[in-house]
Design a protein around this ligand. Structure first.
Ligand code: URA
Length: 241
């Protein structure tokens, strides 16, 4: 486990650096295909809420959804756009852009399903597929149990959704499934709330053309493969606790 814990002053610019609180910020990652959200006071405050074991389920959902929204908005920035000039109601032209191509979401069940609404909130009527991967009792390796993907997925950009990236076994298998259905690696965007440094480095090296957008890279993993300091079991906290 990495021992360095980067701390940084966080807060608005009207306060001097000495007056700002310090907070732990994301572990830096040197792979160009990993994009960590800017470590703003807002994001750090939202992450503090969802990491807190005292946070009740309703608040956990609310604050997780705010981070998911930030991830989706940043993920959409990685999609291609083309020039698009329009005329405003006062008859003036504006040279802008519009999205090019089709997208879909794919959630890794069950925790990834928590990110579907955030995607729907940004992309009306977006198609969403699902992949269920679980540990095989006999081999202890991840196994594909179920998938339901848009039939034309090979023609789409795929936003792959999973909030917690620990060892990455499920995400790696999910990417292999997408590739086997004809989705080129460079058309996959993996959206994630919290990652382990070992997991995300391994993933970024294995799939150099795929892009990862994450809110935070934590310190490491514990002996049970929970992310440290993490937030516990995301699915349990979002769906049941
Ligand atoms: N999945 C979780 O929900 N939490 C972790 O810490 C790791 C995997």
């Amino acid at each position: 486990m990495s021992s360095s814990t980067p701390a940084q002053c966080v807060g608005p610019s009207y306060r001097s650096e000495e007056q700002k609180p310090t907070a732990t910020v994301s572990t830096p990652i040197s792979h160009d295909n990993v994009h960590i959200l800017p470590q703003t006071p807002q994001l750090i405050a939202l992450l503090t809420m969802i990491r807190d074991r005292e946070t009740a389920r309703a608040d956990f959902i609310f604050y997780s959804n705010r981070i998911i929204r930030l991830l989706v908005e940043e993920g959409l920035n990685h999609l291609p756009v083309i020039e698009h000039t329009i005329t405003t109601p006062i008859g003036r032209t504006y040279s802008g852009v519009k999205f090019q191509g089709k997208i879909c979401g794919v959630s890794i069940m069950r925790a990834g399903e928590a990110m579907e609404q955030g995607l729907r909130d940004c992309c009306r009527s977006v198609r969403i597929g699902k992949i269920l991967i679980q540990r095989d009792e006999e081999t202890s390796k991840p196994r594909l149990f179920y998938d339901k993907l848009p039939e034309d997925i090979a023609d789409r950009w795929v936003l792959l959704l999973d909030p917690m990236f620990a060892t990455g076994g499920s995400a790696i298998m999910a990417v292999e499934v997408l590739k086997s259905r004809g989705v080129p690696e460079d058309r996959i965007l993996f959206l994630n709330l919290i990652a382990s440094p070992e997991g995300i480095n391994n993933f970024a090296e294995r799939f150099p053309k795929l892009r990862v957008v994450t809110a935070f890279v934590d310190k490491g993993l514990d002996e049970k493969n929970y992310i440290v300091p993490g937030l516990g079991d995301f699915g349990d906290r979002f769906y049941t606790m």
